[in-house]
Design a protein. Structure first.
Length: 125
């Protein structure tokens, strides 16, 4: 005889199996790579590229770049790379002088989960 509890458990298992089979994402997007990379020294970059574990929504994603004194640098609107929907591309409007820069980023995955993080890089002299 089926009890109400066993029927609920069976229904829940069915929903989980169906969701898994449909490819629904269960995790938040994870930053897999950045260009420039964390704690590297580079020539003056023309853009910041962040690659995540899932597709992104550019409209709700972006970043700020600040120098050592906290001055923020202007960037163009972020976009998703049309050839790689996991990559957010943010062009840098003003060339960066030699020094250390802090990047604070936020991203929203296609599953609408929001994540944020931070990294730094240096521009060579």
């Amino acid at each position: 005889m089926r009890t109400p509890t066993s029927m609920i458990l069976r229904a829940a298992m069915g929903v989980l199996i169906a969701a898994d089979a449909s490819g629904i994402a269960w995790a938040h997007p994870v930053l897999e790579a950045s260009d420039p990379k964390q704690d590297t020294t580079v020539s003056t970059p023309k853009e910041i590229r962040l690659t995540f574990s899932e597709n992104l929504i550019a409209k709700f994603s972006g970043l700020t770049i600040k120098d050592q004194s906290g001055h923020a640098f202007e960037t163009a609107s972020p976009s998703v790379d049309p050839n790689d929907k996991h990559s957010l591309v943010v062009p840098i409007s003003t060339p960066l002088a030699p020094g250390t820069y802090e990047v604070d980023w936020h991203a929203v995955g296609a599953d609408t989960h929001k994540v944020k993080g931070h990294f730094s890089f240096r521009v060579e002299q």
